[in-house]
Design a protein around this ligand. Structure first.
Ligand code: 0X9
Ligand code: CA
Ligand code: ZN
Length: 449
């Protein structure tokens, strides 16, 4: 199935932006980048095979990529037609000299910086000690915590309950993807006592809220360069960043279309599977706590994607994954009327290898979805989501997340072998021996048995 990207560009806003001069980008590693827009009728897969391009978005009319300036001539000579749109992407450096990331009305407005997120998670864990416990399954390169808020009854104990992980913030610039899992977590806690459904779900599952997989990248995006995507690894060649959503072990480096071996590429896969401490933290979390389902929030395009991403082939569980995705999309559209298209990840605009979803499904055989949240509100706040997007995007995603948790709980409690979520245990075992993954290191978190 072909998934169409459905971002809607508002012509008015484009006209307003057209008068803005391209902002000079001072940072060494971003100074040589341009944003180009191409007609999607052209062979973009071949283009991406030949040049390191960073896909930014598609709006149904054009596909936008970040690319190093030195490639522009060669791309043109290969027969591709594009326009340069760099001026539309304002840099925040100048503002950041005056404003800090933290605090209301700062550079990131209502969105959470790392520090704000840490404070919020600590406060939730402190306010709901009976229902929530904060874990740190890993630390980033710059030594920030990767937080995992566990929400369940008896949260300090491992109980025989299915785990559901809601992840966000793999990509630095996708700020809304941090807010949605955080707000879902807060909603569960705040409504536990007044909503029977929420109470039942929280009592019968272990819900892991991991809103920010890439804290270093987020801070860089807030303070330096709004469109930063990767983590902040200083690579061999002097460039920065590994794409954390290409650094997972399942089919890592399967080909050079779905990820890049070139460090300066926006989809650089790293020097090896789990070479980055951030993905290693997620790996640990999943190896030390049995997960039965996961959603990885990204932005944007309004899509619900399921594996595979590395190859345009169905998984053995595609029918079930598809029906879950369709059910979730139906629940989402009922809230604000926004349509999220569903489909196999690889059938969408491009292939990926080493992404979280392929790994979590490939290794654990659980239902895993990548949800690409809605596009920017172009009339408010520029290219990226406005502050007023946070609440409606959370609201529309809440029923879908609750539904997935509910389905997982129902399947878990009705199966004889309780560890089996949706898919067969035998396959999971077989897969474990097939997949090259590092053996689980001892968990250094605080959880007691
Ligand atoms: O490229 C990614 O990692 C995800 N898109 S994003 O624009 N948020 O960076 C997509 C991951 C899902 N996999 C595939 N589409 N194959
Ligand atoms: Ca529990
Ligand atoms: Zn993303």
């Amino acid at each position: 199935m072909k998934v169409k990207l459905t971002v809607i560009i508002l012509p008015l806003f484009l006209a307003a932006l057209a008068v803005l001069r391209p902002a000079p980008i001072a940072e060494t590693e971003t100074g040589n980048l341009e944003v180009i827009a191409l007609d999607p009728g052209q062979d973009l897969n071949t283009l991406r095979l030949n040049f390191p391009l960073d896909p930014l978005l598609a709006d149904g009319l054009k596909v936008y990529f970040l690319v190093e300036r030195k490639y522009l001539e060669a791309i043109r000579e290969s027969g591709y037609v594009f326009t340069i749109e760099t001026g539309r992407f304002e840099k925040q450096k100048e503002k950041s000299l005056r404003l800090k990331a933290d605090g209301a009305g700062g550079l990131n407005g209502a969105y959470h910086s790392y520090r704000e997120l840490a404070a919020e998670l600590r406060s939730l864990a402190a306010s709901y000690p009976v229902l929530a416990r904060l874990y740190v399954p890993g630390r980033s390169l710059e030594n920030r915590n990767i937080y995992a808020l566990k929400i369940s009854d008896n949260p300090a104990l491992r109980e025989d309950e299915p785990g559901i992980a809601l992840l966000g913030g793999h990509h630095a610039r996708e700020w809304i993807s941090v807010e949605v899992p955080l707000l879902i977590g807060r909603y569960l806690l705040e409504n536990y006592h007044r909503d029977n459904r929420v109470r039942d779900l929280v009592n019968s599952a272990e819900i892991w809220i991991v809103p920010l997989v890439n804290p270093d990248g987020l801070e860089y995006s807030i303070l330096n360069y709004r469109l930063w995507r990767k983590n902040r690894r200083l690579n061999q060649d002097g460039s920065y960043g590994v794409d954390l959503n290409r650094n997972y072990s399942y089919q890592w480096a399967y080909d050079d279309i779905g990820s890049s071996s070139k460090p300066s590429s926006a989809v650089f896969r790293g020097t090896g599977p789990f070479s980055e401490p951030e993905t290693e933290g997620i790996r640990k979390l999943f190896h030390n706590h049995r997960m039965s389902a996961a959603i990885s929030y990204h932005s944007f395009s309004q899509l619900i994607l399921y594996p595979w991403g590395y190859l345009d082939q169905p998984t053995e569980d595609e029918a079930l994954l598809r029906s879950l995705a369709e059910d979730m999309a139906g629940l989402i559209s009922r809230v604000n009327g926004r349509v999220y298209q569903t489909g196999r990840a690889a059938s969408s605009l491009y292939l990926t290898n080493g992404d979280f979803a392929d790994w979590a499904y490939g290794f654990f055989r659980i239902p895993v979805f990548t949800i690409e949240l809605p596009p920017v509100d172009l009339l408010r706040g520029g290219f990226l989501n406005s502050e007023s997007d946070i609440e409606p995007i959370f609201q529309e995603n809440l029923p879908a997340a609750l539904y997935l948790i509910e389905r997982v709980v129902a399947s878990y409690t009705s199966s004889g072998a309780r560890a089996v979520p949706f898919f067969r245990r035998e396959l999971e075992k077989k897969r474990e021996s097939m997949v090259k993954d590092r053996p689980g290191a001892a968990f250094k978190g605080k959880e007691s048995r």
